[in-house]
Ligand binder design. Sequence first.
Ligand code: ARG
Length: 493
Amino acid sequence: MDTRGQRLRKQSDAALAFTSSSGPDSRIARHVVAVNMAHMLALLKAGQVGRPTSSRCLRFLLTASSGPRSRQGSEDFHHQLEQDAVDELGVDIAGYLNYGKSRNDQVATAIRMELRERILELARAIALLQGALLTVAEREGTHVVPGYTHLQRAQPVTIGHYCFAYFDSLARDHERLLQAYGRTNLSPMGAAALAGTEVHIDRRSLAGSLGFEAPVGNAMDAVSSRDFAAEAVFCASMAMLDASRLSEELILWSTSEFEFVELDDRYAASSSIMPQKKNPVVAETARAKAGSVVGGLVAVLTILKALPYSYNLDLQEATPPVWRAFDDASAAFRSLAGAVESMKFTKRATESLSADGSTAVSLANYLVRRHGFSFREAHSLVGGLCKAAAEKGVSLSEAVTRGLPEASIRAGRSVSIDRKTIEEILDPSKFAAAIATEGGANPRFVAAEIATRKAELRSGRKAVALLSGLLESSRRRLLKSAERIAREVKSKS
Ligand code: ARG
């Protein structure tokens, strides 16, 4: 018997090919099987099906769980699985599989189950990059390099300061994903098509048997909403935006113009014509994938826009972009982690600061502390000396030595400072060492900053491992219950 029923004649091949999700459903097939098992167990527990029926259905599902038996011309995997069961067990037995459930609650549940795993996988990949940043900080974190604003040299910072900045934004991405996990980890089962069902099912225990925290409260909301998926893809997008900014930095820093880092050959590609080339392809691909992931977010959001409640087949289109986004993001983070961990800062990065004037604010601060200028007066005076340095093509300390006495008189106070003191005031490593504020770029802060972040990373990883463990044990428990019932009746028959 065809599960399409007697209401409709056969669908046109073109319409079926166009509307079928059989291909993309391979992503959720094992979850669909698990949902069918849990539902059958719930029916049995509620006395809605007999033991022999549930036993035979569960036995079928246990063999089906090794993977989908692909068949052409099916609306989707849900349909195909039930049809396979009917073909194998007969409709008098397999016909109970969908008693009290719909594809609508089933698909929403399966998507949530797959997304739970993808969220945890991405969180692990992000943690890898965080770990790589701490490795760099441990290796070279106290060295002082240029920091930029407007992509113009701004002030000296430590390599660690850069690493911690990126680490902290990734920590928020990680945290955000785990918050989205909480809203994903709710079970739509028992919602049936949209109204709930008169078939008695304990929604709470059914949710628990699939590893969910609780059921989605309202049945119509349960089958209609995909905001959990949109939110998860936003989390992936935000993480990828952070990854793209780091990627851009690696690309810039590895140019001959900057020459701040040397990427490891394993994370670079050559040119087919220019023998000298070493291209930062991992960073470039990650930068581009950020665009694809954001594209996935826009796809999900616009599919949801103005969609009437409850289920519409439009929702089927909102799922594949989610998997693509998570695949791309996880792969990007894994590759970037390797590229970052293996890169080396060059001498040029750490030595190029000496005469570039990026510590000019130290001189202004000195004039405030020692010579009674307000900061704005000192800022203006030092700005004039910077201009003179640029015009004459000399270092700032040279320009200050020559120009300060006269410039200070023009500013209303006579100041002269000897060359050695000026060089000390403008020394980039002294600049960093004098930073007093928490979270600043002082090399002395680096060790403690690494230690707190290592602890943070450990607890983040632990949280992810805990959630993975819960999923794994609920999976095992469900299989065991299904096997027990399947065996029980088999031995009697
Ligand atoms: N293939 C569908 C999806 O992915 C499953 C739900 C279909 N429901 C329906 N009423 N046709 O969303």
